[in-house]
Design a protein around this ligand. Structure first.
Ligand code: SF4
Length: 329
């Protein structure tokens, strides 16, 4: 356990309607909205086929093997295909924040973050834009982008959409929020979340079957206090522990460990922050208690999870939510 505190315009190719990358009839994610996003319409994710973002900057709060000394190069996209009532980035997910980003500008941003010393390019909530990100990544790599690309997703995705990213993503950083369908519907309006997310994660692990680090190792075994090597390739699955949902959190950890063992890292997050939209909810209007988090991390140790990240300190604070004010765009 580790403790943490000049691209040109890309026209969409004509595609048949069974192609999930066809944004004129969007079936990219399990929502299957069939929105013509190319014509400026939107579906559940509230975004058209124009990429929009709200912040691009070095971020210090990711897992240490993603943060390095200067930070992860986080690009926050507008919109989201989940509907989490407790969303920590609500103004972003609800498309209230953000500005259009041309493919050229986005490739420039990736290269500029790399020149600032970013450990990686961290695409935050990119699922609903993934077909548009493919040519941008290809172009940025052609222009010299060398650092790993991280795909940081809520995981309400189709495995086929993840398959289309094969070769472009170095590190997958998916959430696994629930095993329980009832909770997924109640808290994220996401029917069959576990079925979709677990299949998407299986495809991520197929692409990145073994973690690799900058010191040439496949495990994080640097002694405490020494600089953590950077992850170059692999899968880190995050689970945000919610207050009062110990049983489901345990089911998430058990599933991940029994299915993947040491092929993946598991990050158990305690930073749940009750936002204004959940005031009045009997469970979600409070923070996770120290006892709840300790019990969950003890359970992870009992299961035999070695490749894990725990959070310590005052991470459960709104101050860790960056400002979505257009910085870096
Ligand atoms: S990506 Fe957006 S528009 Fe497309 S199916 Fe998902 S939620 Fe609907």
């Amino acid at each position: 356990m580790y403790r943490t505190c000049g691209v040109s315009y890309f026209p969409m190719k004509p595609m048949n309607h069974s192609d999930i990358f066809d944004l004129s009839n969007c079936t990219l994610c399990p929502r299957n909205c069939h929105a013509d996003r190319l014509a400026g319409n939107t579906g559940f994710c509230r975004e058209t086929a124009e990429i929009r973002g709200a912040r691009a900057a070095l971020l210090a709060w990711e897992e240490p093997c993603l943060t390095g000394t200067k930070g992860s190069g986080a690009v926050f996209f507008s919109g989201c295909n989940l509907g989490c009532v407790f969303c920590q980035n609500y103004c972003l997910a609800s498309s209230q924040a953000g500005r259009p980003l041309s493919p050229e500008r986005l490739a420039d941003i990736f290269l500029s973050l790399e020149s600032e010393g970013a450990a990686n390019i961290n695409l935050v909530t990119p699922a609903h834009f993934s077909p548009l990100l493919v040519p941008v990544l290809e172009e940025a790599k052609k222009r010299g982008l060398r650092i790993p690309v991280v795909y940081n997703t809520g995981s309400y995705e189709k495995a086929e959409a993840i398959r289309r990213l094969d070769g472009l993503i170095d590190i997958y950083l998916p959430d696994l929020k629930y095993v329980s369908d009832e909770l997924a519907v109640r808290y994220s309006r996401a029917p069959r979340y576990f079925a979709f997310a677990s299949a998407a994660i299986r495809e991520m692990v197929r692409q990145c079957p073994e973690p690799c680090f900058s010191d040439g190792s496949h495990a994080l075994d640097a002694p405490e206090g020494e600089e953590t090597p950077l992850m170059l390739r692999g899968v880190i699955v995050r689970h945000l522990a919610l207050p009062g949902q110990q049983n489901d959190s345990r089911a998430v950890l058990r599933y991940l460990h029994e299915t993947y063992g040491d092929k993946i890292f598991i990050s158990i997050m305690s930073q749940y922050t009750p936002m204004s939209q959940v005031q009045g909810d009997p469970l979600l209007s409070r923070r996770l208690t120290e006892e709840e988090y300790d019990a969950l991390t003890d359970y992870a140790v009992e299961l035999g999870i070695d490749n894990g990240f725990l959070q310590e300190g005052e991470t459960a604070s709104e101050s860790f939510i960056p400002a979505f004010d257009g910085t870096g765009l």
